[in-house]
Design a protein around this ligand. Structure first.
Ligand code: HAM
Length: 425
């Protein structure tokens, strides 16, 4: 089927085509519906943002900002980037529109493409899609953390996503001693085993020691298991918050597993972090990541503001649904109008208009076809019915509707046909 042309989609980007796009639409409609029931409204931030926004929010030393952003100098010489994520944009918009004046918390969701120059593989693309949500302002009550997680799980449940597993952690508070003290201890423990670590982890001891915990390298696993754990260093407030989040999850019947190594790859997190994996995805099995980021709005120049949210990798979500056999039915037509003759064409145009207005999908061939050809094409397009309209049928006012699955035929007048098709489709 595929043929080579001079132009191809850029590496790591791809075309989403029907019938797969029907599944994308269903996923997005489900997100809108579920998030709506939790009181979230949609925000559509731009795809281009000042580079500095991500450097500040996500962190200059993170892989995302230091290696993966698509950045260019705009004509006014300002550095501009394609967004690698949207939390920073939502916080920028919160400040820009003075949303702290609104009843708090402000609950927003978004969906759309993100861009990261990662090495492409199954479930990992350079243009990928996220469905995310953020809760900004108001309190940092643990019930908010739990409700946000409950919402993603309800969404996955509605889609019947297979093998969903939630992992949670608390990474403490950056301003207090709890995180700083822990990172210092971790760093010195890492220095001691530096020679046994791979190049990436060795580099991260300096740039971002927490990220070493994320390593998937097999030979590093026993070393990491023996490193100091954040749970043993949380301050009393962080400990109480984490315990309350777990209790709130239990109250909501949300099953979780604790993972002390869950640290996330963006700098803005504090306290609650979580990730959700799903079946059928191989090594790129994280289908959702999120956490609390109190302080991010302030870091971007806004008022002190609590924040928590998540983003779902929509490409991975779709892959997992497909692997589980939840593919959409191939899109077909309800009615294919097989017309022959000039009068029949005029009638066919009129009939297609009233059928489409009634919500029936109609394929109207632009040029006359022999009935045998028309029926062949009707089945190729997965049509349910063929409406046969020759000059005779038009003159007699009696139209033939053929059910393609079994070849049976029925005769109708025009109003009868509309009546018949409307309720049955
Ligand atoms: P993240 O963990 O970087 O978090 O991304 C969230 C999800 O996006 C991942 O779990 C994964 O499913 C998907 N994803 C990331 N990179 C790729 C890629 N290259 N190809 C396909 N899918 C990918 C964030 O982006 C945060 N902004 C989430 C958040 C919102 N935290 C608080 N609010």
């Amino acid at each position: 089927m595929a043929s080579k042309s001079k132009f191809q989609a850029i590496r790591g980007t791809r075309d989403l085509l029907p019938p797969e796009t029907a599944l994308w639409n269903r996923v997005e409609e489900t997100a809108r519906s579920v998030f709506g029931t939790f009181g979230f409204g949609e925000i559509r931030p731009p795809i281009l943002e000042p580079t500095e926004l991500f450097a500040r929010a996500v962190g200059g030393d993170t892989d995302i900002v230091s290696k993966e952003m698509y950045t260019f100098e705009d004509r006014d010489e300002s550095s501009t980037s394609l967004r690698p994520e949207a939390t920073a944009s939502v916080c920028r918009a919160y400040i820009e529109h003075g949303m702290q004046q609104l009843p708090l918390p402000v609950k927003l969701y978004y969906m759309g493409p993100m861009f990261r120059r990662e090495r492409p593989q199954k479930g990992r693309y350079r243009q990928f899609y996220q469905i995310g949500a953020e809760v900004l302002g108001g309190s940092d009550a643990p019930a908010i953390d739990a409700e946000v997680v409950e919402m993603v799980m309800a969404f996955f449940d509605r889609l019947q996503l297979p093998g969903v597993q939630l992992e949670i952690n608390s990474i403490g508070h950056s301003a207090d001693n709890c995180r700083r003290g822990y990172v210092a201890q971790l760093k010195s423990a890492l220095e001691k085993v530096k020679d046994k670590l791979g190049a990436d982890s060795q580099r991260r001891i300096e740039t971002n020691p927490l990220r070493v915990l994320d390593s998937k390298l097999e030979h590093e696993q026993p070393i990491i298991e023996n490193l100091p754990r954040i749970a043993d260093h949380l301050c009393d407030d962080c400990k109480a918050h984490y315990a309350a989040v777990k209790h709130q999850l239990e109250m909501r019947g949300v099953l979780y597993r604790e993972n002390w190594r869950l640290v996330r790859g963006l700098d803005y997190y504090m306290r609650t972090t979580f990730e959700i994996t799903a079946a059928g995805l191989g090594s790129q099995n994280a289908v959702c990541g999120g956490g609390r980021y109190d302080g991010l709005v302030e870091l971007l120049g806004g008022p002190p503001t609590k924040g928590i949210g998540f983003a779902i990798g929509e490409d991975r979500l779709i892959l997992s649904l497909q692997e589980a056999g939840k593919v959409p039915l191939t899109t077909g037509r309800d009615v294919y109008i097989a017309w022959m003759g000039e009068h029949a064409h005029a009638t066919a145009i009129r009939a297609s208009k009233s059928l489409r207005a009634a919500g029936v999908s109609v394929e109207l061939p632009p040029v006359e076809q022999k009935f045998s050809k028309a029926l062949e094409r009707a089945s190729k397009l997965n049509s349910r019915y063929a409406l046969i309209l020759g000059d005779n049928e038009v003159a007699e006012g009696s139209w033939t509707l053929k059910t393609l699955a079994d070849g049976s035929q029925q005769k109708f007048t025009e109003p009868e046909l509309l009546d018949f098709l409307k309720p049955s489709l």
